[in-house]
Design a protein around this ligand. Sequence first.
Ligand SMILES: NC(=O)c1ccc[n+]([C@@H]2O[C@H](COP(=O)([O-])OP(=O)(O)OC[C@H]3O[C@@H](n4cnc5c(N)ncnc54)[C@H](OP(=O)(O)O)[C@@H]3O)[C@@H](O)[C@H]2O)c1
Length: 253
Amino acid sequence: MNNFKNKTVLITGASRGIGKATAQAFAEQGAKVAINFRSNRKAAEETLRALPGEEHALFQYDISNEDEQQQLVGEVIKHFGILDILVNNAGISIEHDIESISFEEWSSAFKDTFQTNLFAVANLSLLAAQHMMKHGGGRIVSVSSRGAFRGEPTKPAYGASKAALNAMSQSLAKKLAPHGIYVGVVAPGFTETDMASKTLTPVERENLLRESPFKRMAQPEEVAHAILFLASEKAAYSSGTIIDVNGASYLRS
Ligand SMILES: NC(=O)c1ccc[n+]([C@@H]2O[C@H](COP(=O)([O-])OP(=O)(O)OC[C@H]3O[C@@H](n4cnc5c(N)ncnc54)[C@H](OP(=O)(O)O)[C@@H]3O)[C@@H](O)[C@H]2O)c1
């Protein structure tokens, strides 16, 4: 399949987890993939090596840093000549239980979470959209979370940042449609990646598996599939949509 032939896609946090599966899925469909990562070069190089095709490249930038956000988008455009699709995937999740936390820890959990999960996405979307407006349009797909809807009792900043990401994406979908830029969101439930396995005890894992009638977590490839759909040519009229990928564990009306 060559549905994305000659399209350039920048995926933040693409060295591992959902980002890695998304890089693989786009490369299999003929896209040129810009793999962004922050620190784990070894993992990023392995991801790059596994991709079909020759024209992909690595971009090591910390998206929580404003200078690096501008360098990242600038370097990707310089390298490939164009940016057609931005996938805002990188995100962080920090425990901050209100029952047992200091003021400073609570405040810094909110600042750090919003810096990566919302402000970075806002700024990268601005940089990508201003480029796409001049080059015939594009796609922006962001990875949110089920936690935006059902609450995150011990990570309220995470849930809040993802809810804000949803609202921002829907505002951008309205504003950018006349420019041929379509904006979508994928909201996964627990997905089998480092982020999920690091934060779970065996008991929590067992309880979590019971949440879905599938009795399992999502696989990163299942989330990637929804991202690809929203970035595809025929999904233009789905702009503004939030796709749940949570195994029917949380159904919103
Ligand atoms: N896994 C889940 O259960 C789940 C559920 C719902 C939503 N999500 C969302 O899905 C997205 C991906 O999650 P994941 O589970 O695949 O994550 P992951 O396995 O923890 O991988 C995170 C990726 O993001 C990169 N990254 C983190 N901070 C970065 C930064 N400041 N700048 C650049 N890259 C950065 C990491 O690069 P380095 O390794 O180089 O640091 C890595 O490639 C996140 O937005 C997350 O909130 C995940």
